[in-house]
Design a binder for this molecule. Structure first.
Ligand code: PLP
Length: 401
């Protein structure tokens, strides 16, 4: 039996793009308005202020009509100059893609990662753990000449399901008395996991629309700091579309130097109402609770969680390692075909070894119980021996309140 004519809702359980609430979809279906007209300025000002609350910052937030990769590039080209040394930390596939982008721009990234024995994934121990702030501190202490201009880390590593401690990275830079800027990718962390741009002393935070903000892809963000704005005055990497100065200036009245994605901004206004109306602490607690329920299921199955350090389990997604000899992509294919449920694939060196279950976006307890049911049936069909029922475990977890 294949699901050739699926009925009901597709289960979009990849770790972004996440399911978009109907309220947001309806808001986006309104007619597009004049982006230079009087109504637009009010919308622009409102969403720009709302995004400051989401980033927990009092500083400007820049919104780009681009995917997250664009905002990654923007963070680098606005603050750095050709040939600059940057210290990057490889937590997984996305961290390594950011380093590749830096290299293509003519920067000199030095990539740190953790070397430890890992019997489960010997080829990727650093991809099972968070940023080790002590390694960053150690490296910066050796940089007496202050050649390193920026430290770049990923907050929520979407390829693995690890949420790193950004405050610890700030403390490491301060302990080394180093002037490097701190640039953070919270593309998949923002609006699901606690994130404090100002309190954690981050200079640029990069994010995207298609994860915690519960919007379709196509919009991305830079949250700035006074030091980042200062650095942009002397940074010499070429930039035009990404240049902050003109955007920040025009944003003061709620407009953009070029055409913004009007309908996605309608959607953003709606999702800001939802998230800020619920309250950020409640939003974060909800994701933590969901994640604990999903992990209870994985533990019941007796399969290893990709993240090997419970202190940095992601509230947004959970990576599951399949037994040696079981192709995780084959399990995913089967689950999609039979149950119309999409799971995240293993990226880079995790290909075929793991799959990712998203627990973000428009979701609730029952959506996640259904996701676990789909995965459990798929694992059984693929012949994976399971220790116990994950469905029973996640139900027990949610029954407790
Ligand atoms: N960084 C992280 C942590 C991501 O999860 C993603 C996308 O999933 C990206 C960067 C790249 O963003 P985009 O695909 O929107 O360009």
């Amino acid at each position: 039996t294949t699901n050739s004519h699926p009925t009901g809702r597709h289960f979009l359980q990849i770790p972004g793009p996440s399911p978009v609430p109907d309220r947001v979809l309806r808001a986006m279906s309104l007619p597009t308005i004049d982006h230079r007209g009087p109504e637009f300025g009010a919308l622009g000002r409102q969403v720009l202020l709302g995004m400051r609350e989401i980033f927990q910052t009092k500083q400007p937030v820049v919104i780009y009509p681009a995917s997250g990769t664009g905002a990654w590039e923007a963070a680098l080209v606005n603050t750095l100059s050709p040939g600059d040394d940057v210290l990057m930390y490889e937590t997984g596939h996305f961290a390594s893609l950011w380093a590749q982008l830096a290299r293509r721009l003519g920067l000199k990234p030095e990539v740190l990662t953790l070397q430890v024995d890992d019997p489960v994934l010997p080829n990727a121990p650093g991809w099972r753990r968070g940023v080790q702030a002590d390694l960053i501190e150690e490296r910066l202490r050796k940089d007496d000449a202050h050649r390193i201009k920026a430290v770049c880390v990923v907050h929520n590593e979407t390829s693995t399901g690890v949420t790193s401690d950004i405050a610890a990275v700030r403390r490491a830079i301060d302990a080394a008395r180093h002037p490097a800027l701190l640039l953070v990718d919270s593309i998949s962390g923002l609006a699901s996991a606690d994130y404090r741009h100002d309190e954690w002393g981050v200079d640029v935070t990069v994010s995207g629309s298609q994860k915690g903000l519960m919007l379709p892809p196509g919009m991305s963000f830079n949250a700035l700091s006074p030091r980042a704005l200062e650095a942009s005055k002397t940074a010499r990497l070429p930039r035009s579309f990404w240049a902050w100065d003109e955007i920040v200036e025009m944003n003061k009245t709620g407009y953009w130097p070029y055409t913004p994605n009007t309908n996605l901004l309608y959607g953003l206004s709606e999702s800001l109402d939802m998230l800020l109306g619920e309250g950020l602490p409640q939003v974060f607690a909800r994701h933590q609770r969901w994640a604990a329920g999903v992990r209870a299921a994985v533990e019941a199955w007796g399969l290893p969680i990709q993240c090997a350090d419970p202190a940095v389990y992601s509230p947004i997604l959970t990576g599951v390692i399949t037994p040696e000899g079981v192709d995780a992509d084959e399990v995913r294919r089967l689950i999609h075909e039979r149950f119309d449920l999409s799971l995240g694939t293993g990226l880079g060196k995790l290909k075929g070894r793991m799959f990712r279950m998203g627990h973000l976006g428009d979701s609730n307890d029952l959506t996640l119980v259904a996701m676990v049911a789909g995965v459990e049936m798929g694992l059984k069909l693929a012949g994976v021996p399971l220790a116990d029922s994950g469905v029973r475990a996640i139900m027990a977890h949610f029954e407790r309140g």
